[in-house]
Design a protein around this ligand. Structure first.
Ligand SMILES: [Zn+2]
Ligand SMILES: [Zn+2]
Length: 127
C-alpha cells in the first residue's frame, strides 16, 4: 500500500468518525437541516475515500503496460540494404535504390523486389 493511500484511508476514516460523532452529538449545529446535510456529505465522502484507497482502480496500471507493447513504427526498411527509410522517400539514401519504381511499359508503380511487372508481365530487371 502506497503512503498516499494510507493518508487517504486515515482521512476517510476520520471523516466517517467525525460525521458519526456529530450525528449522535447533542450540539445545536448538528440538529439543523444544514448541519445534517453536512454530516451526510462528510460521511459519504469519507466512505468513498476509504473504499477508493482500499480498492484502487487497476485500469491505469494495465494501460501503462499495454502502451510499451505497441511501439510506433514510423519508418520502413530498404528492401535492398535493409537500412531505415521513410515512406515518403523516392530513393534509398543509403544505397540509392529507387524505392517506388515504375514499370517502363505500363507506367504503374511496382515493388523494388519484383522481377516482372504484375500488371503487364514486362521484365523489370535491367541486366
Ligand atoms: Zn537501401
Ligand atoms: Zn507493367
Amino acid at each position: 500500500m502506497k503512503p498516499g493511500r494510507i493518508i487517504g484511508f486515515i482521512l476517510g476514516s476520520a471523516l466517517i468518525y467525525f460525521s458519526v460523532g456529530a450525528y449522535f452529538s447533542n450540539e445545536a449545529a448538528a440538529q439543523t437541516d444544514t448541519g445534517r446535510i453536512m454530516i451526510y456529505v462528510a460521511g459519504a465522502f469519507g466512505i468513498l475515500m476509504v473504499i477508493s484507497n482500499l480498492f484502487p482502480a487497476k485500469t491505469p496500471q494495465t494501460m501503462q503496460t499495454v502502451i510499451p507493447q505497441t511501439p510506433p513504427q514510423p519508418s520502413l526498411s530498404c528492401p535492398t540494404c535493409q537500412k531505415p527509410v521513410e515512406v515518403s522517400f523516392q530513393h534509398c539514401p543509403h544505397c540509392g535504390v529507387n524505392l517506388h519504381p515504375i514499370c517502363p511499359n505500363c507506367k504503374k508503380e511496382v515493388s523494388v523486389e519484383f522481377k516482372v511487372c504484375p500488371y503487364c508481365a514486362t521484365s523489370l530487371k535491367e541486366e
